[in-house]
Structures are given as C-alpha cells and as structure tokens.
Design a protein around this ligand. Sequence first.
Ligand code: SF4
Length: 864
Amino acid sequence: MSTTAVPGPLPTGTRSTETHCPYCALQCGMTLTAGDRPATLVPADFPVNRSGLCSKGWSAAELLDHPERLLRPLVRAVPGDRTSPLVEASWDEALDRVVEAIGRTQERYGRDAVGCFGGGGLTNEQAYQFGKFARVALRTSAIDYNGRFCMSSAAGAANRAFGLDRGMPFPLSDVAAADVVVLVGSNPADTMPPAMQYFDEGRARGALHVVVDPRRTATARNAGLHLQPLPGTDLALANGLLHVALAEGLVDEAYVAARTTGFDDVRAGVAAYWPDRVERLTGVPVEDQRRAVFALARAPRAIVLTARGAEQHRSGTDTAQAWINLALALGLPGRPGSGWGTVTGQGNGQGGREHGQKADQLPGYRLLSDPAARAHVAGVWGVDPGDLPQPGRSAFELLDSLGTDGGVRTLLVLASNVAVSAPDARRVLSRLGDLDFLAVSDFFLSETAELADVVLPSAMWAEESGTMTNLEGRVIRRRRALDPPVGVRDDLQLLAELAGRLGAGHLFSADPETVFAELGRASAGGTADYSGITYRRIDDEQGVFWPCPATGDGEERHPGTPRLFTERFATPDGRARFLRVEHVEAHERPDADYPYVLTTGRVLAQYQSGTQTRRSRSLQLIAPTPRAELHPDLARQLGIGPDDVVELATRRGRARFHAAVTDAIRPDVVFAPFHWGGGSSANALTDADALDPTSKMPAFKVCAVAVVRIGGPAERIPAPPTAGQPRPSPHRRQPTREAHQPSRRRTATVKSTPRFLQGVYPITGEGLSKPGPVDPALRYTVPSGRSAQALYFRGGNSTGELVYVLLVRDGEPMRWFPIGARSDTHVPLRVVEDLTGGTVVELHAAAPEGVLGEVVVDLGLVEV
Ligand code: SF4
C-alpha cells in the first residue's frame, strides 16, 4: 500500500451519477447530475426510499458550492495562540503543524496524549482508516466517535441479548408486512419521512401502529395508539407490558424454551411491575398498556422498534434490553415480518461502529481486548499485535479528559462538531480550550473548527467514493459525482498523508476500493464480516447485507444476510439471552429550582449539529430558528405566548429559544431541538454526569429544567448573558491506578450519618397484592461515593385490617413488614447489607381494597 494511490480526476462534461443522500441512516438513493454546471439531484428508485426524499435530501446539492465552504487549510496567525485569527495556509504548512504537535505531545506526555474523535458520517473506509491510523500510525488508545452519543445503548443491548448488533436485523420492507409495529422513542415521520411509506403500506392493510413518545409527534398522530410516558420511564413500561403478558398467558413458552435462556429471572423481576404501579411510574393508563400488549401478542407478525428516545438515558442499554425481553417473550425475533430492531440515526451510524473507530473495537466488530482478534487484525495490518494499544476511554470520558494529566493534549477531529453535539456542551467547550493543540477536518467552519489551531478543508459526500451501511445493515456505494474544489482533500487522503509524515505511509492507501478490500480482510471471521462484499457486487445487487463472508474458489458466493436469527442467534449456544433489568430514576429529577423535565431531539428540516443544514437556504425557510415546545397549560402558567423568546436553564447552562406552544407535549415536559449552538445550544443544558454503565451513553433525554419568558417574538434570539451562565464543572479526577496501602492509623474522616424515612401517612387500599408508593418523602437515594445500611423498621396501623409496608430497593421488593389491625411492629434489620451510592430505597404500602386509614412508618438507616 502507498499514499500515492489517490483516485484521479473525473472526466470533463456533464454526467449523472447514482449515489445516496449525505444525511440520515435511511441513505436514500438519488441521481446527481454535475460536471459543467451546478449539481442538481432527483430521487432514485432505490429499494429503500423507492423514489422518495425528504427536504434535507432534496436540498443536499445546495451546499456543494456554498460560499462558506472551506477551500484552503487554515492555521492560527500566531502558532499556539488561539486568540490570533485563522489565516489561510498551504497543505504542507498545515500538516507540518499537525505532525509537529503530535510529536511534541507524544514525546512529552506519551502516546495516549494524542487523541482522535470521529463521526457517524464517515464512510466505512474512512472510519476503518481512522481506527487503524490511531492504533498503527499514532499507537494511541484514545479514539472514539460521536456515534457513542447515538447508537451505543441499543448496540450494547443487542450484543448482550443476540451476540450481534445490527440496527435492524431485517429489511425495512418487513415493517410493511408487520400487523403490529411498536415504535418506542422514534419519530420517522419527521426524521426520515420516506420510511413512512412502509408504515403507510402496513396501515393500508389494517396494521396497528403503537407509538411510545412523550410528544404527540407526526408519527404518533398517524398511529392507532399513542402511549405518552414521562421521559425516562420506557423501561418500566416494557417491564409492565411483560408483566401483563405473563399474567394473561400471552408468552410464547415454546419459543422461550427452544430459543432463549434466562427467562425465569426476568419472569421474577417483572412481577414487581403490576399495571397500576406502572401507570403511576409512567403515566400510561392501564387499559392502554393492556391494549398494546394484547395487540402485540395476538398479531401474526409484530415488530418492536426502539430509538434514541428510549436509548439516550443513563439506563439506555437496560431500556433497550427491556423491550428485547418483551419481544423475546412474545417469540418475535427471527420470524419474517417480526422482531426487535433499533432505528439508526446518523448516515453511517451502523458502519461507523463496526470498523474500529470505537475505543474498544477492531474491524469486523471484534474486541480490542481479545488476543485472537488483535492477532488477526494485526496480521492484516502488517504490525505486531503487541504494538496495538489496549481499549481507551469512551467518547464523553475522552472529551472530559482533554487537557488533564493523563488525558488527551492534542486532538484530531474528523466529521464531528462536538461543541454542539456533545452533552453538557459548555463543559466540553471549556475542555477543548484546555487542549495544547486541536486540529479539525470539516467542510465548514463549525463551532468546533472555530476553536482549532489547524482547520483542514474536506471533501463533501458527492466528491468522494466509499461505502456506507444503512439502518438495515445494507452496505451501499457512495459514488463520486464531481471532483472536490481545488485545495480540498477527502479524509481518506488526509489520513494516508498524515500516516506518511508519521513514518507509516507504506501501510495506508488513499484509494477507497483498496481500503475497502483491506477492511474486508480485517473483518473476515468477525461478527460484521464484509469479506465477501465487493464494489461490483454492491453495484449489481443494489447493496449487500452483512454478514457476507468470502467463500473459497469454486464455492457458491455467500448471498449476504437480509434477515438475521432465523435459525440461531449469534451467541455461543445459539440462544438469545433474557436479562433482568430494573427501572431506575433519572439522574436528575425536577425540584423547586428546576421544576420541569427537559427532553431533546431532532426536527424535520435539520440534521445533527446543523453544520450543514443550518447553512441551507431552503431548509432555513422551513426551520429558521430553534423552537422549544411547551404545553399550553405550562405556557399560560408562565405567561408565555407563541413565538416569545424563552430561556431554559439547567444546572449546567442557559439557552434561549422561540416558544412553540403545543398540546402535543406533556404539561410537565419541555422539548428543545439540539441542532443549534451558541446561545441556543440545547446541549449546553443536557446532563453528562451519569453515563450508562454499559454504553457510556449520557442522559440526553432527561434533565431538570426551569423556564422563563425573556420577551416577545423577535426575529433574532439574543444569547443569554455570559455573566448569568453557571461555570462549567471542573475536571473530574481520574481514578488512580495505584493500589491502596493499608494503614493502622485511626481516621477521623469517616463520618456516619443517621437517616430516617418516617412520618404518619394516609393510606388507601387497592388490594394486599398491590403495594404502591405512599409519599415522595419516603424515598432516599444513597449519595454517590457513600454507602448505607438499613438498621430497623417500626410501623403502626390505624385501620381495622392487616396492612403491609414494603421496603423497595431500586424498584425491587426487599422486605415485607406485616402490621396487624390497629397494631404496631418493630423489626431489627440485622442482615448487614451495603446499599451503595446511587441505590434508591423507598417504602411502599398495601392494604385490602377500599380500606382507608393511616400508617406510621419509621425506617432507620445509617449512611457512611
Ligand atoms: S435525510 Fe434521510 S430520509 Fe431524508 S433524504 Fe436523506 S436519507 Fe432520505
């Protein structure tokens, strides 16, 4: 391989090229005509979009010759001084500065002090090359990508349950064939409208569509049933539906016995999610829960699809697992027209996570920590497996380490605008400022590029070749329709050039087809096996579904795999794994200062951080300003009218929006779109302090927010005053790896604090088997970094009937305390059990139906 293998210029003259939309994971086919005149496009009759395009796709060609396109590298006028202006420079000067910074940083702080951050919009070849560049040319463990903020929870759940993560394990056409589709936290009518033709087709046949979303979105309005839970309670809802399925004998016991493991534990776990309790937790009425689960269970073909609304939480992986548990219990995965899937968001969100751009992965969805995987991939790369770094930090952890001891000091960012798209964005902006050196490759001067030492102009989608993998797992061709402007390079070329300057050029190519062939070899035998896919096959077959392993000479070639799991799952024993999961409260709950729930998401005419779509004149006409949605009751209460300027404030920041007053949202929830930066950055508000333990997903979808009216309708939204913004939270101390040395000294720093859940409360009986929360005061969360133990329970009962008080830990019953009629009890809790930081302890009560009275409760705990 060599850096000289760069594709040559296209022939002159006007020509038409079949390619795909640059934006979302539907990857609609389009025909682009370009050459001697400005590029124009029309939709193609590709099997996914079937001649449909949304407004984003239609407008995509507008940006190719946009006046703000970056056409030359930019560097700081004074090297090292980011307050000096960015000025144009030659590629040689810009790359020299990048390579010097890499050398300086690695010499002073070690290899891992240089980091890489990628994006879900990179082609498979670019994502693969970026991962290889980090591990081979830089030999750093510090690489991750923005898909961590998108698909990682669903990916974590799918890997755990099925042994394989392909967003939709069936083609999109199965959606049209399904008799019931449950969409959880997904709004394709706004985010990918051409996909709605499959839903429309199903509805025309009489299919029932159930949408689970706190907002009555365009998708929800078309559905037969809309469940509107409080954000962050989707897991409780899924467990509740499984509870009903079990109680009503709807579980497919034969399927469960033949194709799964672990159901007994899940069966026991969902016993605590009886419909009334689930209604209290989620706000979804019992009859709607029953209607949804009966429809799902009785349908000949049924599909459950989750998306970011369910997954972007501190318990996102468990939430996706809860819906997988339900689908498995009803026997759906692996049957045509049935199953569980997740709706991928970013254009190459699927391929971007398969080829080594993630902190812990190698190509083919192999694990970097697996010695056999390291040996295989190192063999393809021509390096020693021992030279490959170990897994590094996940996306937010990497960003939060910038500029710290042991963290990243020099960062290379490709195709990602983290200053807008990362959670707690003001903290991320502050971290970017702490870097010694930042290099960004992009088409426009994004909010992240504005902060860089060096900005490198990159080719846009229509100017480069490669492959993308759409939301179905279909590998498709992005074809070059025109040459990039003079002075602009694509990211494959950039990485090959940089590798050359770092002494590893002989291992890298800038030719996409050459890189794809190598990617195929590196993925061979892995979970995401692309080794049997070629550019020619993709052209001939309108995309090829992975896994598609290469076959030997004379053997019939593998057809690709449109539908997975028909015979077995990708686990060692071929069975899908149930896993018991429990509802946990959002990390941040509304309180007196921040009384509402903020949830964030996308709108029809914008895409991701808006670097491209905010510059499109036609999209600007549809969505010119960011609009925060408020229910009319909330707006009235706060004196807010339509289009007024409102300020949303959380513990992390303030941001301003136009008010969209709509009864499509719950009165206790506010929605803000995340496509804008600056004074309207929704991510300046979001919470990154509690990451999902498996996927490291931040809580984009729930935090506590306050809302105030700033003024009446105004064309421009003024930014919040800087003086009023909270200071970004300081760097977190990295955990030390040194072993703790035991000491014989007595310490005065250990403090124990008594805690009590106590008081007199009214009780209304709903049945002894139906306990429920008594009062919010009877709830205690063990603070982070502390632990607690329960010491005793005392209780009194004023009613003439036996009542029970139930000690609940993290939603799971721990201990029952019966209290006789007009009697009392005292129970020492001698079992020493540590309740670790974050554990939620509650007291619930149950009384016979119709019984009214009071209970006295007193739970004593000690917090250490
Ligand atoms: S944004 Fe998505 S739905 Fe819209 S045209 Fe592009 S690929 Fe299709």
